[in-house]
Design a protein around this ligand. Structure first.
Ligand code: ADP
Length: 467
């Protein structure tokens, strides 16, 4: 719906503000001009009336104080009737105090009201007063002897000029409004364009093309920054989808092998009658394949639950040193079998977390250190506290990991060299599970390795607060 679009709303508000500002400005200016015009008409009328009242040389020498009112009245009547000052356009009327008409100039409209009604019925004051009656403007004031003098003229032409001014204002206002709207529309479309681009890209991504990115031209603007954030989100999304796809492919590939073993064993065994030992042998092979599948599915399930945050994690206080010692005891027979010595330097390190999962993490690391070691090699286990962290280090004297593999070592199904990776039981999920467990505890795992002389895995967990 067009009325819901941001662009339309910005335009509408912009237009409304422009109309309010322009009409406010126009009306005020028009009022000001109108008042000015009336004031200048009044001044003109007052000036002409003052001229009329001012004594002239032809009136003879001024009578001197006290002024002779009758002299003024005679002169005024003469001048008013002659319209001498008016020059035709202005008319004058002279009334006596009691409202009797004394004189009026030619061209005076017939219906000029008696000024006694002015000023609330008290008659005109000494100052000039103005009034508008239809198409005429009049000013009046008290003259000597309590007479009242009125001067007036038609304002038809002035009104026409004001109408022309009003029309001009309307035309100019409409022009400015149109220009403003056009400018506003251009600005709004410029400002909105990146949003259109963002939504178009998001739509293409939603349609399945995860490689799409927003073209960020102006990285400093707010929308540019938003686009940059969205681009990095899209990149992470794409990486996550790719990883997911690879994970599914790897998982099915891993599962296919034991399934193939079971199928081929059963098919070849059932092809003809066999002796009991042969059946036993085939069943044992099937059992090994099934165990491998079970290990794999359990690892996958655990990873999925850790990913989804569904794996229940206890928040218990436990001694990391004790947990690691138990793991070491658990795998010691394997170490003896491989000719590897486990050497412990396990300080009591109080830790917060789920001891069962941490035990699984430690067991994975120690088993790896044994598996990827050399006969007569060593595994060093140590725990200690570092500030707010509890640190577990599992170091071995094995063949180490080449630098190119280090960034991938914690990826799922990543195996450095399958010939050295412990054979079929090792699917490359052990370190991925270690990483997921460490991260689920708010910790981290890292590795440093010297190819040919050994590797050292370091796990950082939250230490329990000291009591
Ligand atoms: P797996 O469960 O197959 O052992 P991991 O995820 O535990 O898989 O390990 C991934 C890869 O990392 C292994 O294939 C191995 O090559 C390498 N690796 C792990 N631990 C060590 C180690 N201590 N020394 C050398 N290589 C190691």
């Amino acid at each position: 719906m067009i009325f819901n679009s941001i662009r339309w709303r910005v335009q509408a508000w912009h237009g409304l503000i422009l109309v309010v500002v322009l009409s406010g400005f126009g009306v005020t200016t028009y009022k000001f001009a109108e008042d000015n015009q009336i004031r200048s008409i009044d001044q003109e009328l007052e000036r002409q009336s003052e001229d009329l009242l001012r004594p002239r040389p032809e009136d003879g020498p001024p009578p001197g104080p006290p002024p002779d009112p009758s002299q003024f009245r005679d002169r005024a009547r003469r001048l008013v009737e002659g319209g001498a000052v008016a020059g035709g356009a202005v008319y004058f009327v002279l009334w006596q105090r009691d409202g009797r008409l004394l004189a009026h100039s030619p061209g005076t409209p017939p219906d000029v009201p008696v000024p006694g009604l002015q000023g609330g019925g008290r008659g005109p004051r000494d100052a000039w007063e103005g009034r508008t009656r239809g198409d005429v403007r009049e000013v009046l004031r008290r003259a000597p002897e309590g007479d009242t003098l009125l001067a007036g003229r038609s304002i038809v032409e002035d009104r026409a000029a004001m109408r022309r001014l009003a029309l001009w204002f309307v035309a100019a206002g409409a022009g400015i409004l149109l220009l403003g709207l056009a400018g506003g529309s251009w600005l709004a479309s410029r400002a909105i364009r990146p949003i259109d681009e963002i939504s178009a890209t998001a739509q293409r991504i939603a349609a399945g093309d995860l490689s799409q990115r927003i073209d960020v031209a102006d990285t400093e603007s707010e929308l540019g920054r938003l686009a940059a954030v969205l681009n990095s989100t899209f990149a992470r999304l794409e990486a996550a989808f790719l990883q997911q796809a690879r994970f599914t492919a790897d998982a099915s590939h891993e599962l296919r092998t034991p399934v193939a073993v079971i199928l081929s064993q059963t098919q070849s065994t059932l092809a003809r009658e066999r002796e009991a030992p042969e059946y036993r042998e085939a069943l044992e092979a099937c059992q090994r394949a099934a165990q491998r599948m079970r290990k794999l599915t359990e690892a996958l399930l655990e990873l999925a639950r850790l990913d989804a945050g569904q794996e229940p994690m206890q928040q218990e206080r436990f001694d990391l040193g004790r947990v690691v010692r138990e793991c070491a005891e658990l795998v010691r027979p394997l170490a003896t079998e491989c000719g590897v010595v486990i050497d412990c330097n396990l300080a009591a390190t109080e830790c917060l977390g789920d001891s069962r999962h941490i035990s699984q993490l430690a067991t994975n690391l120690v088993s790896n250190a044994i598996h990827h070691n050399r006969p007569g090699g060593q595994v060093h286990l140590s725990t200690h506290r570092e500030g707010d962290s509890a640190i577990l280090t599992v170091a071995d004297t094995g063949y180490g990991i080449e630098a190119e593999h280090i960034p991938h070592i914690f990826e799922r199904f990543y195996r450095v060299d399958s010939s050295r990776s412990g054979g079929p039981g090792h699917s490359g999920l052990g370190l991925a599970i270690c990483k997921a467990i460490a991260e689920a505890h708010g910790g981290a795992i890292s590795v440093s390795s010297q190819p040919g002389s050994g590797s050292s895995f370091r796990v950082r967990l939250a230490a329990a607060p000291k009591v």
